[in-house]
Design a protein around this ligand. Structure first.
Ligand code: SAH
Ligand code: CA
Length: 210
């Protein structure tokens, strides 16, 4: 959490209700995984589904499915003929994600691929309207460079956890924090895009292709 606890509680209180399936997924993730904090959750989930609903994307790429919470939120905004590809290398959490995708109304729009994102992304021949980067933080710049030329003009890339619990402004930085900082610096200097960092939850870099 990077915002004061009272503000965080307020933000988590005054927001539209969480979908029943998402609420259950949050609970199951807390019961059955070792790292439930990785799940986007209600506040960030509402943000993702609003952004997606504004864009009405035909093609979404999510890098880092975990148990599927953010994928379900992003899928809510898809166009009628839209698809979300969501990638993760963890086979155990993929089983949980899969079981919730099966029960979702967006089931037929979700392409869930299990494996290393770096080898899967080059095999996807699509033009992206929306990309959510949320896997291994060390590789954000690698993922960004892999997708940026395939994002349509005015398309959006969201990169999550880019304030890294606030460590991003503390010295000395550990290796992971430094790599996230280098990612944020590279984006700010990239003339192909316009961006702003939102201090939402753990920080989201909102990047629009020009
Ligand atoms: N987007 C999810 C959370 C993702 S957590 C949500 O908001 O609910 C990050 C995920 O990235 C983990 O499940 C991890 O297994 C996955 N990951 C890390 N490195 C990866 C890689 N190289 N390829 C694919 N997935 C990876
Ligand atoms: Ca995240």
């Amino acid at each position: 959490m990077i915002t004061p606890l009272k503000i965080e509680n307020y933000v988590s209180t005054y927001l539209s209700k969480e979908d029943d399936l998402l609420r259950e997924l949050d609970r199951v993730t807390n019961l059955r995984t070792l790292t439930p904090r990785m799940l986007s959750g209600h506040v960030q989930g509402n943000f993702l589904s609003i952004i997606s609903s504004i864009l009405r994307p035909k093609r979404i790429l999510e890098i880092g499915t975990f148990t599927g919470y953010s994928a379900l939120c992003l899928a809510a905004g898809l166009a009628d003929d839209g698809l979300i590809y969501t990638l993760d290398r963890d086979e155990e959490t993929a089983l949980i994600a899969q079981s919730f995708f099966e029960r979702s109304e967006y089931k037929s729009k979700i392409r869930h691929i299990v494996g290393d994102a770096k080898s899967i992304i080059p095999t996807l021949d699509e033009e992206w309207d929306l990309v959510f980067i949320d896997a291994d933080k060390e590789a954000y710049l690698v993922y960004y460079e892999m997708v940026i030329e395939k994002v349509r003009p005015s398309g959006i890339i969201l990169a999550d956890n880019i304030l890294w619990s606030g460590k991003i402004v503390e010295e000395p930085m550990d290796k992971k924090t430094r790599l996230i900082h280098e990612f944020n610096m590279a984006i700010a200097q990239d003339t192909r895009v316009k961006n702003v960092i939102l201090p939402l939850r753990d920080g989201v870099n909102v990047i629009m292709k020009k």
